[in-house]
Write a protein that binds this ligand. Structure first.
Ligand code: NDP
Ligand code: OXD
Length: 309
């Protein structure tokens, strides 16, 4: 029986030698050379073409090669009865926390202003507060959000987290639901989005959210591009209600060359690199999921399709 691997050509080149070595008892097939579909039991995929997974009649497990699984849910033919596992890799968690700490610090330390001053050769001190005076709110207080929160706290920031279900996390103010979102937005000078993209979270960073933030708020979005209503963000930046945004993810990726975000003086763009999948640490997680599946054990990090993440 075989494993099907499907990702970008660059990722395929990195995974190919690891999978062969870690799973010698399996035949690994690399899309588009998939051979007899009936013999494929496991699929390791990132952005699979619509219908591919549904065409595999004996699929036992789908392993999404990322933390987010929205790339799978956009396939209307996704075989929903097949268990889906997502990537929960401490290596990626560390990477995301680095990205969040860097981005929050850039906004907090007024990097956008100093970069503008550098371009005009302007030597001018700006008033600066300490981290303890800059409350940060994290939308999505799961694996990534909580780790980023802990690291921001170590830097001195007051951190609050928002999740779907109520939780108590020592050292953090925690919020849930619509009222909780309102409180978090009103109290956060920098809002970080680390939510999964679901029908409930799509467009959550919109004109109404920006209006509820303190004037001059900062935004970091490393969740998904679909969380931001782009036109609303541009308006909020142009009015000064939002003073800066660090964006790693976009509705349309790669971000088209003519997109206004590229040249906006109050936006920092990175090309979806906050926490890249890291094959050397991710491949053993794939092997473990397959082992659990074959042994009939509960499979870790299974996606709950009813919740959408
Ligand atoms: P988790 O599932 O561990 O955490 C998700 C969090 O979001 C949970 O706290 C969950 O609440 C909360 N949440 C979900 N839906 C809602 C809602 N409707 N209202 C309020 N809170 C909600 O996911 P991860 O932390 O591992 O990953 C989060 C996302 O980060 C991924 O889905 C992906 O989109 C993005 N990502 C981006 C990367 C990048 O490079 N830019 C890399 C990796 C991930 P609860 O705790 O109650 O379940
Ligand atoms: C992920 C991502 O979800 O890289 O893992 O965006």
């Amino acid at each position: 029986m075989a494993i099907l691997f499907r990702s970008t050509p660059a990722a395929t080149a990195r995974w190919r030698p690891l999978l062969g070595a870690l799973l010698p008892e399996h035949e690994i097939r690399f899309w588009p050379e998939i051979g007899d579909k009936a013999t494929i039991e496991y699929a390791l995929v990132w952005h699979p073409p619509a219908g591919l997974l549904a065409s595999l009649p004996n699929l036992k497990l789908i392993f999404g090669l990322g933390a987010g699984i929205d790339h799978l849910l956009r396939d209307p033919a996704l075989p929903r009865q097949v268990p889906i596992v997502r990537l929960v890799d401490p290596y990626m968690t560390d990477a995301m926390s680095e990205y969040v700490a860097l981005s929050v610090l850039r906004l907090h330390r007024q990097d956008l202003d100093y970069l503008a001053q550098q371009r005009t050769g302007t030597w001018e001190e700006r008033q600066q507060k300490n981290a303890a005076e800059r409350p940060v709110g994290i939308l999505g207080f799961g694996t990534l959000g909580r780790d980023a929160g802990r690291k921001l706290r170590a830097l001195g920031f007051e951190v609050a987290g928002w999740s779907r279900t109520e939780k108590s996390v020592p050292g953090f103010a925690t919020f849930a639901g619509a009222d909780g979102l309102d409180l978090l937005l009103r109290g956060s000078e920098i809002t970080v989005c680390l939510l999964p993209l679901t029908p409930e979270t799509r467009g959550i960073l919109n004109a109404s959210s920006f209006a509820r933030m303190p004037s001059g708020a900062g935004i970091v979005n490393a969740g998904r591009g679909g969380h931001v209503v782009e036109a609303d963000l541009l308006r909020a930046l142009d009015s000064g209600q939002v003073s800066g945004a660090v964006l790693d993810v976009f509705d349309d990726e790669p971000l088209p060359p003519t997109h206004p975000f590229w040249r906006h003086p109050r936006i920092i763009v990175t090309p979806h690199v906050a926490a890249e999948t890291h094959p050397p640490t991710a491949a053993p997680l794939v092997r473990e999921a397959i082992r659990q599946c074959e042994a009939g054990l509960p499979i870790a990090n299974r996606v709950d399709l009813a919740r959408g993440y």
